[in-house]
Design a protein around this ligand. Sequence first.
Ligand SMILES: [Zn+2]
Length: 251
Amino acid sequence: MIDSHTHIQLISYYDLKLMHKYGIDSLVTCVGSAPVANSYLTIIDVMSTTLNLYRKNGREIGIDVFLGMGINPRNIPMDWEKSINAFSDFINKNDIIAIGEVGLDSGSDIEINVFREMVKLAKDYEKPLIIHTPNERRLEIVNEEIKIIEEIGISKDLVEIDHAGMDILPLIKEHGLNFGITVKVNRLSKNDVLKNIHEFERGMLNSDVTNVNDSDPLAVPNTVKFLKNHDVKDDIIERIADRNARKFFRI
Ligand SMILES: [Zn+2]
């Protein structure tokens, strides 16, 4: 079972043990809104710590940790323009499987400029792109994100719009993009997933677990259990809790 969107640098060793106990054997971890990055060097430091320490912890516990790298729209460093070369260099030298999470939150000009560079990075390195969606003005912001994706011309196989919901799903499908299903407070509930399970069949379940807002390290196993208890077919559960993400992230 794979949790396709986490923030391992913002959870505890104990959380990881719990995740493993309830069936998680792999996770994808993203750059988050903390620690606050006044400089892009903070992001590089978090990436190095994750590669050298948290990934090792995961291995000890029995979880394979896969890293996404980028600039989170809620945490754009002042010197972000200098980050592009440094990120390219880091990706060349290290095991980075995705660019993420990146995208737009408020939709400001600086977010748009940063996001464009992040999409280019994913295109140049042929890495899957994990795209954040905000809590407010969702349709408008996702439309803007898709416009940028199409303008840069990255392959749609490499694009995931995360935190999907029934509000933006028609738009995501119309453009043939992959999507993440986040089960957490202010995103989807287990019941939302159950009610719309056939709409979500091509998606990738995740917890978006972090310590900066209300989230649950066991969101994926708990959702799987809930769906099983409501007689959702094993094949669908396996797809959303494992196979779709393995295919998308090529892991
Ligand atoms: Zn996140």
